[in-house]
Design a binder for this molecule. Structure first.
Ligand SMILES: *[C@@H]1O[C@H](CO)[C@@H](O)[C@H](O)[C@H]1NC(C)=O
Ligand SMILES: *[C@@H]1O[C@H](CO)[C@@H](O)[C@H](O)[C@H]1NC(C)=O
Ligand SMILES: *[C@@H]1O[C@H](CO)[C@@H](O)[C@H](O)[C@H]1NC(C)=O
Length: 374
């Protein structure tokens, strides 16, 4: 699931794996208050006694006719009610770029801010994301607009091998995928639909190298596909800028890379979304504040790409199903669904998959998301 950011990470491997083994042994089997992805979701006659949050994050979230809207589940939950703030801006775009934002984000390192990054590089990237569509994840023009936005987020966990969930996944309005999302040959298990592909330049390029042999030979492309950049480094701002301008990356470790080889020939700004560093801070602080932060590896730690995509969906969709995410019985499954032979899931020190597993379990129990388990 997670990809190492450096060879150092291997060091904490054994320790982390041992700790997580203990944690998982304590898991109880989860109840399933959320009815799952197949239930009738659109019921325009159901009560609407609850006020929606300011729908700054989804242009099409006009009404709340979902019978099992995650918003209602959050409001009912004593703990999660105080964690979620659905008004937090999810995406960063040009309209938010002010001297105040620069000052505030300059105090934090990426992915939480811009400390040490070039003002010009950031300003250029954000000036290209100046249209209102850059502020919203979902296209405003979709006809007819779904009155209950149902999202599937597909992690790459081995639990999907042989799952036959492809049709269920594709039945959602939007499907999020990430990193080495191999589709060819796994259609029956993971489906084919892809609305969003989430990554950092580092995880995308690592996936192309590490999983090429296993079928991840290119980044998914498609007319309706949108890319979600996770700004973990100046590389992400540089690649984003170059992709929209349709030019090779001018400097840095990706110098000379031609973005269209990753994202295809269409290079309009509407194709690319950028997670807000403040959103990543908020998620880390409230949902995934790992003990790793206080170790020597603290600077390496950040939520996994899968976690960021799943939490993005939870802050923009009305219903969320999570497939291929870590479950309490993860040891039964291979690391990734596309491996040929079973490989154990590896706990790198840059992510805290035990903490993520506990979060998905608790959100599922609370009926805020539906976690695919078997
Ligand atoms: C919609 O919700 C209302 C009230 O909860 C219920 O009476 C009705 O049967 C539901 N309709 C459908 C089609 O599920
Ligand atoms: C939620 O986030 C918005 C936008 O950042 C902020 O204005 C508001 O005060 C927050 N609400 C709470 C209860 O923290
Ligand atoms: C995937 O599932 C098949 C059929 O159940 C099994 O034979 C194979 O070993 C699994 N692959 C991995 C990598 O676990």
């Amino acid at each position: 699931m997670g990809l190492p950011r450096g060879p150092l990470c291997w060091l904490l491997l054994v320790l982390a794996a041992a700790c997580s083994g203990l944690l998982f042994a304590l898991y109880s089997s989860a109840v399933e208050p959320y009815p799952g992805p197949r239930s009738g979701a659109r019921n325009t006659t159901s009560p609407r006694a609850f006020f929606p949050p300011k729908a700054s994050n989804s242009g099409t979230r006009k009404s709340w006719p979902c019978r099992h809207s995650l918003y209602l589940a959050i409001q009912r939950h004593p703990h999660f009610r105080s964690l979620f703030n659905l008004s937090t801006p999810v995406l960063l775009w040009g309209g938010l770029f002010t001297p105040e934002l620069w000052d505030s984000l300059s105090q934090h390192k990426a992915p939480y801010g811009w400390q040490g990054l070039s003002h010009q590089a950031i300003a250029t990237a954000l000036s290209l994301l100046s249209g209102s569509e850059s502020a919203q994840l979902f296209p405003a023009s979709r006809e007819p607009p779904p009155n209950c936005i149902r999202c599937a987020v597909v992690g790459n966990g081995g639990i999907l091998n042989g799952s036959r969930q492809g049709a269920n996944i594709d039945a959602h309005d939007y499907v999020f995928r990430l990193n080495g999302a191999v589709i060819k040959g796994f259609e029956r298990d993971v489906g084919t639909k892809i609305s969003f592909y989430g990554f950092t330049v580092n995880t995308m390029k690592n996936s192309l190298i590490s999983y090429r042999r296993l079928g991840f030979t290119s980044v998914p492309q498609g007319q309706d596909l949108r890319y979600i950049f996770i700004p973990s480094d100046i590389r992400d701002y540089m690649m984003l800028r170059s992709a929209i301008l349709g030019v090779p990356v001018p400097e840095g470790p990706d110098k000379g890379d031609r973005p269209h080889t990753y994202f295809g020939p269409e290079a309009s700004a509407s194709k690319f979304k950028l997670l807000h560093p403040d959103f990543i801070s908020y998620l880390t602080e409230r949902f995934l504040k790992s003990k790793l932060i206080n170790t020597n590896f603290g600077d390496l730690y950040m939520p996994s790409t899968g976690a960021l995509m799943l939490l993005t969906a939870l802050h923009t969709c009305d219903q969320v199903s999570a497939y291929g995410f870590i479950t309490s019985n993860y040891q039964k499954f291979s690391d990734h669904y596309f491996e040929r032979e079973k490989k154990p899931l590896i706990f790198y020190a840059n992510h805290d998959l035990s903490l993520e597993a506990a979060l998905w379990r608790d959100l599922h129990k609370a009926g805020i998301l539906w976690l695919y388990q078997r």
